[in-house]
Design a protein around this ligand. Sequence first.
Ligand code: PEP
Ligand code: MG
Length: 312
Amino acid sequence: ARTAALEDSTGPGATKDGHKVPLLANIGGPKDVEAALANGAEGVGLYRTEFLFLDRQKAPADDEQEEAYRAVLEAFPEGRVVVRTLDAGADKPLAFLPAPGEEPNPALGERGLRMSRRHPDVLAAQLAALARAATGLTTKLQVMAPMVTDAAEAAYFAAACREAGIAHPGVMIEVPAAALRARDLAPEVEFFSIGTNDLTQYACAADRQVGGLAHLQDPWQPAVLDLVAPAAGAGVPCGVCGEAAGDPALACVLVGLGVTSLSMSAPSLPLVRAALVRHTLDECRQAAAAARAARTAGQAREAARAHLPGLT
Ligand code: PEP
Ligand code: MG
């Protein structure tokens, strides 16, 4: 059997039997590119663009945006870069895009695409800057919206992308309604990316900013895995870009559920790469089935591990 020591876990992501799983990096801007490349990222699976907008009274200038996007795109000439449009609101408040009124529950309020629809000029400027940044480059630019709930919102976003000349629109799946009805959203977009941080928050009704609820903010909760399954099976490529993708055992489970790429913070890439190459797709599927059959997060973790002998 092929064994992979951590230190020789380089190259593209794949299971032991050669099923390819592109391993991508989550980044917040050009300054994170170096660590992504150093850890062998095949591209970027989540470019969180709100960092460009933080601490400002107005949106960054068009050419400043274009430059920040181009610097990242240029670093992956043979790969893909998945850019997320502004995810303002809730845990990511922005001074220049305040919530329209008092929000007793900001996580359930105007955030993500909901906020962008209120400020279509900001969205259009961002999409235009992205389209300009990708012009003349070989990098595949994919653009996705956060906090999408239904097919109508997915269609709205895809239309905005097309209008701006963005060829590959997608949506994040981080609202349980979108996960459950992923088949409705699929015809509107080219890809999904599951945000397990928010999907877990909403599935378990446990605010991600409340530290005392950590036991419920666990993506091993079988209910969360039950939401991943329909999204991964809806007929469009479906990545995961939440923290769950960086947990080696859970990464194998996600692949077993049908997830097609994994995006994580750069330091997690080598461990996940090593975990995948030590297991076959069939072992990943068995681990996924065992985890979903469990009744608690702890039991799901244990049940999955029993099918993943290559993990230490
Ligand atoms: C997520 O919700 O899982 C995600 C990737 O996005 P963020 O953590 O930025 O909300
Ligand atoms: Mg999110």
